[in-house]
Ligand binder design. Sequence first.
Ligand code: TRP
Ligand code: SF4
Length: 405
Amino acid sequence: MNASMTTNRRVLSGMRPTGQLHLGNYHGALRNWVDLQYQYECFFFVADWHALTTGYEDTSKLEEHVWQMVIDWLGAGLNPSACTMFIQSHVPEHAELHLLLSMITPLGWLERVPTYKDQVEQLRDRDLSTYGFLGYPLLQSADILIYRPQYVPVGEDQVAHVEITREVARRFNHIYGREPEFEQKATKAVKQLGSKNGELYGQLRRKYQEQGDGEALARARALIEGNARLTIADRERLLGFLEGTGRSILPEPQVLLTSTPKVPGLDGRKMSKSYGNTIGLREDTDSVAKKLKTMQTDPARARRTDPGDPEKCPVWDLHKVYSDEPTQQWVQVGCRSAGIGCLECKKPLIDKVVAEIGTIRKRAQEFEESPEIVRGIIAEGTERARESARATMIEVREAVGLQYR
Ligand code: TRP
Ligand code: SF4
């Protein structure tokens, strides 16, 4: 991939500040971000406003959670010279776009998002019959669309939110991207691509519109975005013409599905802060070892001589995340034949987890000791993010008809 392609492929994702991260968060998202920062232009942010949608009553820990999470990110290897890190509420343009999108978003779209009813059910101890909570996915749409990224890396649980983001973008472009003689202007813009690329654009557009070919869509987009000579207006026309809307002021992003291995908690349920079954990303060695030693195993192995079944044991799920093939074989055979004991089985795992966490803790230490460095990284990231958000908002205001002075 050449440099211009890399810079033109933007990735955006966010995380709610839930306090210190654990191994589930790491393997479910963060580890992936660390890889992505070297492949794309990446924007990663702390979704502190989103934390308020469910945690509006007690905000006393919010600030601490925000900074602790940033330190976790840095410890895990997010590198401020490779990606842009910032805090949502430091870029108030997100809120402005959220407001404008709220004008065109049918209530039914929000009510039908599957996570909505689920969450209201699950968090029954809180009153979530609020405007902000219903609007959660729309705020997320604003977070995304304001940076016009190609990709949004998320796990399965967030796919519906990116889906609604695409619908909202399409609706916005449909309503505000209309202009007189759009087709003629778009055709003229195709000529700006030059004859070879113009022809390629035409072919890819046909492939996408007639066969729904997503690969063709991505290639045509790259073609447009890689062309530095196009005016912004022509770029938006070509994107919109490609997708069959008006001018594409807010291009539709795509999901970059993160494969999320099952990371069990100490009790065998999914690792989650609300279950109190986590291993922290910066936890000290003794505590990690102790937790793993007492971690739930297959109950059939009450005695050392009782054979077990790894499929019924959460420790095995961890081996799948951490252990190489020979070790996994050793576990399979040893467990089923009672050739190894559970403590023995856990030993290589403990070594791996302790080493991983040790690296993270060590990297995090310098940031723990110098909060001003962390604040500096965020301040710089915020400036970069804001510049991009501001540019989008100028166009959005103009498209909506708010450009009067
Ligand atoms: N809702 C996401 C989560 O809970 C966090 C989030 C907020 C986000 N805004 C986003 C993720 C924008 C991706 C893009 O994990
Ligand atoms: Fe689980 Fe390993 Fe014990 Fe088998 S031997 S029950 S896989 S901990």
